[in-house]
Design a protein around this ligand. Structure first.
Ligand SMILES: C[S@@+](CC[C@H](N)C(=O)[O-])C[C@H]1O[C@@H](n2cnc3c(N)ncnc32)[C@H](O)[C@@H]1O
Length: 217
């Protein structure tokens, strides 16, 4: 299980330049908020974990901040031109409610950007560290399964917990929220800064990036 996100030129290009109001939901320490700010947006950053939000504030990641959950956003309807949920949906118990909430706060002409880890990441593993190591899938890809694990790299220990579900489940939740996918990318990791341990993920889909727009009611 690996949820490190590739970030950099390819994400900035996918987001594109803008000067509207953006909402970064599940902002963590604020790296995506900073990316959105660099793209020109006026950013509001929210996360339910106060120490993470404090770190985002200390790094001056956004213009506005709120401690809030994705399923209960403290904003009026149709406030944002862009909502971003970057590596968030796998953490949520209730993805359908969050997507409906994102749609509620989006302007009619707005868009939602989502990054999720590919569900295969939760069900399989490389059998070795070599680039050509086989990727073995255990159990079933289908169904909704919880995950709980720890990743350690370069002395940094991270705890991951959440849900793995097939891509179809996200597709159905988007349809039911009245949201339509307009772009899909499968970014590969950037191996800069000693991230060579990610090299096998040049062969398998690690992340899915989606652009999504509200359908006319
Ligand atoms: C894997 S981190 C991603 C952080 C950030 N988006 C990034 O890519 O660096 C997931 C984030 O989602 C937040 N989170 C967890 N449950 C949430 C919820 N119900 N609503 C909003 N954010 C939530 C966590 O606190 C954490 O900051």
């Amino acid at each position: 299980m690996m949820h490190f996100g590739p970030i950099g030129a390819s994400l900035a290009a996918f987001i594109g330049r803008g000067n509207g109001k953006a909402l970064d939901v599940g902002c963590g320490e604020g790296r995506i908020s900073r990316e959105l700010t660099a793209c020109g947006f006026e950013v509001t950053a929210v996360d339910p974990i106060s120490p993470l939000l404090r770190a985002a504030i200390e790094a001056q990641s956004a213009r506005n901040y709120a401690v809030a959950s994705a399923t209960e956003l403290p904003f009026d309807n149709a406030q944002f031109d862009l909502v971003v949920a970057y590596n968030l949906l796998m953490n949520l118990d209730d993805v359908p409610s969050a997507l409906k909430e994102f749609r509620r706060v989006l302007r009619r002409t707005g868009q939602l950007i989502i990054s999720i880890s590919h569900p295969f990441v939760d069900h399989g593993r490389f059998t070795g560290k070599e680039m050509s190591s086989p990727f073995v899938v255990e159990g079933t890809y289908f169904g909704r399964q919880s995950f709980n694990g720890v990743e350690e790299h370069d002395g940094l220990r991270m705890h991951f917990a959440g849900w793995s579900q097939p891509l179809e489940a996200y597709g159905i939740a988007l349809e039911e929220a009245g949201l339509a996918i307009t772009s899909l990318r499968e970014p590969v990791p950037d191996l800069d800064d000693g991230r060579n341990h990610m090299a096998p993920w040049l062969r398998m889909p690690l992340f899915r990036w989606l652009k999504v727009r509200p359908l006319a009611l």
